[in-house]
Design a protein around this ligand. Structure first.
Ligand code: C2E
Ligand code: CA
Ligand code: CA
Length: 663
């Protein structure tokens, strides 16, 4: 009931605050009243005091009403002064406004009653005073309350209007005139206060709209900023693993070059065995592995940062005092990555290699560190699985040399610039020339002579070996066709060739075209070649062997020397690695050489000893019943013409050589 009455009153007094704009208007009205009302009460107090003074000679009990009125006004004045600067809640504002309306009505009614009573009791002069004071009070108060339009009508309707009606009804012409003027003044004041109120409302609304617009702009700006920083975050984060990406890593390195900070190391970590996992189990599993790897790396690199450079390559930024410390962190990281990955029932194993570059505070060095870590990584990968390599000065030069060699090897027709040398292999029992081993010789425009030990592995890696090898074989075959039929050609086959399909057919075609009997060819293969594709190697060798080509296992004793290959592959001879002969020649390695020779004897394979450099080597090998020998002592690699001459003058030449070595 009360609430309905209250909402009715509120509607009447225009106190609704439905929307935000209305609430703001209400607040503005109240703010304006807070400023105006104390002045208004001051005016009213002066007015009543003035009127009382002008009517003082007629003081009677009614004058006490003026005092009472004045007392009420002072009370309200004090109250308004006290709440002058206070910010009030909406409900409180409304209740203050309601109170203001009621108090205004009461005060106006009291003023009216008092002034009319005095009017009736007073003489002509007193009446003029009363009309004047009352009109001024009514108009002044109406203007003072103009921010609260409902209340601003009250002084006009409750004070000025009754007085003007009194004047109009009086009958006296002067009074009627005054009454009519007063009515017009009331109407004018109502109009003016209405206009003022309209302007006030408009002003508040437009101010509110501006404020709203400003707020909207602020919110829009905040949203835009948020979106911008989100976009920045996305651009700098690896979507899969949520660690910083290459771009962010480069930016943080760049930032380090700008600041004066302590020494750091940059490491690049590359996973071994990730591709097969991805290919075999699918990208989903591959993704899981990468996420898990970055999580493990973050556990290890607690003080630095981890980023994914792309694919299966990660970068670490490690604050540390020296390179050894950074290497230790990388080894720990690789250890952690080498632990099994368990996804449901699937268990997977990985390894990794790392290249590290340690840099003291120098900005230029920091800018170089990623490239240097990459160079170190390259070396680490060459060294085998799970290796960590620290960048050292000079690695750059190695890489530059390698890159230049690689570039030169990619050039068309490079095989024409590669020569062949032929080194004799001699039967140690008969002292006859058994064969010539063809060895590649390459002269590089910048680096001079480059050993095949250096350029052949590079050629294999850039998949150019077949083209080069085919050309060399054709030339060697053409050369061998000019030797006596008893002299064989020994030719080195690279791992890539050995393990590529149809290589046997190709070799057979080349030697047929060259007019060499296949039984005069022996191919040298190393056991590391079988690691790539054992079955393919076996099938190629079997095919070659079926045509009478002999297969020699090269470099036996230098690597794993796995006896299982001797059992599983059909070889015709075993070439003992030069290191076995050299160390046996010094005494310490003699038992090993003896053992290896008897092993080969046990499986029925003749041996060729490499690096027979001097007389004692020769005598040692003859004493151990080694069948063949090759080395500087028996003949250095020589040009094609020299080899041809050598071949035709043997066996006399070979016997000469033996005598020279023996002497
Ligand atoms: P390899 O097959 O073990 O060849 C023997 C290497 O030992 C040759 O080095 C030869 O010059 C060297 N040598 C010969 N006698 C002695 C000696 O008494 N003492 C010492 N210290 N060394 C001796 P080269 O010519 O530099 O060849 C290095 C390797 O490059 C070869 O090792 C072979 O694996 C590879 N290679 C050479 N030519 C070819 C080729 O045409 N094709 C392929 N695929 N590989 C080749
Ligand atoms: Ca060889
Ligand atoms: Ca060898």
């Amino acid at each position: 009931m009360w609430s309905r009455a209250q909402s009715f009153i509120d509607r009447l007094l225009d106190l609704q605050d439905g929307c935000e704009g209305e609430a703001a208007l209400l607040n503005e009205r109240f703010l304006s009243l807070q400023r105006q009302i104390p002045w208004l009460y001051g005016l009213l107090l002066a007015n009543i005091t003035g009127l009382s003074i002008s009517l003082r000679d007629e003081a009677n009990s009614v004058l006490n009403a003026a005092n009472f009125l004045a007392l009420m006004i002072v009370g309200r004045l004090v109250y308004w002064i006290r709440i002058r600067n206070r910010v009030l809640q909406q409900d409180r504002v409304k209740s203050e406004l309601r109170k203001t309306f009621i108090v205004t009505a009461l005060l106006c009614a009291a003023y009216c009653w008092w002034s009319l009573a005095r009017y009736h009791a007073g003489d002509e002069e007193a009446r003029v005073h009363i009309v004047l004071f009352a009109s001024l009070a009514a108009i002044g108060c109406s203007f003072g309350l103009s921010a609260f339009v409902a209340a601003s009508r009250l002084p006009l309707l409750l004070i000025a209007l009754p007085i003007s009606l009194e004047l109009l009804s009086d009958g006296e012409i002067a009074h009627v005139g005054m009454g009519a003027s007063l009515v017009l003044l009331i109407l004018l004041t109502i109009r003016l206060t209405s206009l003022q109120n309209e302007r006030f409302t408009l002003l508040v609304h437009s101010r509110f709209d501006v404020e709203l617009e400003r707020r909207r702009a602020t919110v829009a700006e905040a949203t835009a900023n948020e979106e911008k920083s989100r976009a920045r975050e996305i651009a700098n984060t690896d979507a899969l693993t949520s660690v910083p990406n290459r771009r962010a890593f480069l930016a943080s390195l760049e930032a380090l070059t700008q600041t004066d900070q302590s020494s750091i190391a940059v490491a690049i970590l590359d996973l071994d065995g990730f591709k097969p996992i991805n290919d075999t189990f699918g990208h989903e599993t591959g993704d899981q592995v990468l996420i898990e790897v970055s999580a493990r790396l973050k556990q290890i690199v607690t003080h630095g940062s981890v980023a994914r450079l792309g694919g299966d390559e990660f970068a670490l930024l490690i604050p540390c005092n020296d390179g050894a410390e950074a290497v230790a962190v990388c080894e720990q990281a690789i250890g952690r990555i080498s632990e099994q990955f368990v996804f449901g029932r699937r268990r997977l194993s990985l390894s990794a290699a790392a290249g590290v570059c340690f840099t003291a505070t120098d900005a230029r060095e920091i800018a170089q560190s990623l490239r240097r870590a990459d160079i170190a990584l390259y070396q680490a990968k060459r060294a085998g699985r799970g290796q960590v390599q620290l960048f050292v000065e000079g690695m750059d030069a190695d890489l530059q040399r390698r890159t230049s060699i690689e570039q030169a090897l990619r050039e068309p027709g490079v095989q024409n610039g590669i020569d062949l040398a032929f080194q004799p292999i001699v039967d140690l029992r008969t002292q006859e020339l058994q064969s010539f081993e063809a060895l590649a010789r390459w002269r590089h425009s910048e680096f001079g002579w480059i050993s095949p030990g250096e350029f052949i592995p590079i050629t294999e890696r850039i998949s150019g070996i077949e083209q080069i090898s085919d050309a060399l074989l054709a030339r060697a075959v053409a050369q061998a066709a000019r030797w006596p039929a008893s002299v064989h050609l020994s030719f080195n086959l690279s791992a890539v060739e050995l393990c590529s399909a149809n290589s046997a057919e190709k070799i057979l075609r080349i030697i047929t075209q060259g007019g060499l009997d296949p039984v005069r060819l022996q191919v040298e293969v190393t056991e590391t070649a079988f690691l790539t594709d054992f079955e393919m190697a076996r099938s190629n060798l079997a095919q070659l062997r079926s045509h009478g080509i002999k297969i020699v296992l090269d470099d036996f004793g230098s690597g794993f020397a796995s006896i299982s290959y001797l059992r599983e592959m059909a070889f015709d001879a075993v070439k003992l690695d030069g290191s076995l002969i050299i160390s046996a020649g010094k005494g310490a390695g003699l038992p090993l050489l003896t053992g290896v020779l008897s092993l080969c004897e046990a499986v029925g394979l003749p041996c060729i000893a490499e690096h027979v450099e001097n007389r004692s080597h020769l005598e040692m090998l003859q004493g151990l019943n080694c069948r063949y020998g090759q080395g500087y002592g028996l003949g250095r690699p020589m040009g094609a013409d020299a080899a041809e001459h050598f071949a035709w003058s043997a066996p006399a030449r070979v016997k000469d050589l033996f005598q020279q070595v023996a002497a």
